[in-house]
Design a protein around this ligand. Sequence first.
Ligand SMILES: Cc1cc2nc3c(=O)[nH]c(=O)nc-3n(C[C@H](O)[C@H](O)[C@H](O)COP(=O)(O)OP(=O)(O)OC[C@H]3O[C@@H](n4cnc5c(N)ncnc54)[C@H](O)[C@@H]3O)c2cc1C
Length: 323
Amino acid sequence: MAKPILVLAEQHRGEIADITFEMLGAARAVAGATGAPVFALLLGSDAVPLTARLGAADKVFLVDTPTLDAPVPSAAATALKTVQEQAQADLVFIGCTNISLGIGPILATRTGLPLVNFCRALRVEGNALVCTSQLFGGKIAADVKLPDMRGIVCLYPGAFPAEAGRGDKPPAVEKVPLLVDPPKVIFKQYLQPETGDVDITKQSVLVGVGRGIQTQDNVQLAEELAQALGGAVCASRPVIDQGWLPLSRQVGKSGLSVKPRVYLAFGISGAPEHWEGIQNSQCIIAINTDSKAPIFDGAHYGAVADALEVLPVLIEKVKARKG
Ligand SMILES: Cc1cc2nc3c(=O)[nH]c(=O)nc-3n(C[C@H](O)[C@H](O)[C@H](O)COP(=O)(O)OP(=O)(O)OC[C@H]3O[C@@H](n4cnc5c(N)ncnc54)[C@H](O)[C@@H]3O)c2cc1C
């Protein structure tokens, strides 16, 4: 029987993060081709109730200790290595998120297993797992082959469907009694993000504005269209840097990754750092005066046009349709 796949479940302040379901779904897809069991590892104190949400795993290992409550990679890697050895799992999935990004390299050093970071796609080829890794902000997609399915793979958030990793059936749970020494890195404080703004990662329609919107007043036009469509406004970095919209609306490498049904891009060139945040949108519609703008290479629909002329017309048409 194939060796188990071990998924490091990510929880944040008592909530299972979406990346966990995305990894479980990806693991299930690999397991479908190899027959491997899928195990999950959950860390942190009082996490027992959360195990019920990990029904896509055949078994959940739980290391229930307060030392693992704070997101400190070296401590998490200690627990992960113990369980990885105990479960004899040669293939480990970790989230490529702010919380988990540092764990993979530490585990790779301690176990000698190869590490593939920024993985966006997986396929099984014979006895090997081929991981497509996104490099240089999306400019290069490199296929990395892990012979005999051995390795640590850090999966990119939003790249795998979360639905495939949700399961209602309560999994078997095994508590692992483990004392983790207090890490040298001390977690000092959690800063709660500003509240009150919309969560652009949850919107099904987004109206994105870039430098081509030209002035803060013109952002209001995009706001009006977003409202008419029942969505929200977001922006590329230059718009945020200008202070025309809050940081919570920034899309891209140093902002948020979004996956709306429709992403309208007004005056956005489509730089790799922005593209990284919008590439999982179901439908991208770009409006740009420059026919050679890179955004047209990836957009599903495009118009070479002036955003400031298109916006008022669209607002009128959408309102008329609704009215
Ligand atoms: C480490 C790092 C992280 C970064 N993180 C991010 C990030 O998270 N998000 C992000 O967006 N960027 C990020 N950037 C910046 C990124 O490289 C680009 O500079 C940025 O995305 C460009 O924004 P833009 O498309 O709005 O502006 P520009 O590239 O200046 O494009 C403006 C576009 O508007 C078009 N235009 C002009 N006038 C009009 C008009 N009237 N109507 C229609 N079109 C018009 C132009 O043809 C042009 O294509 C990052 C960069 C680095 C180095």
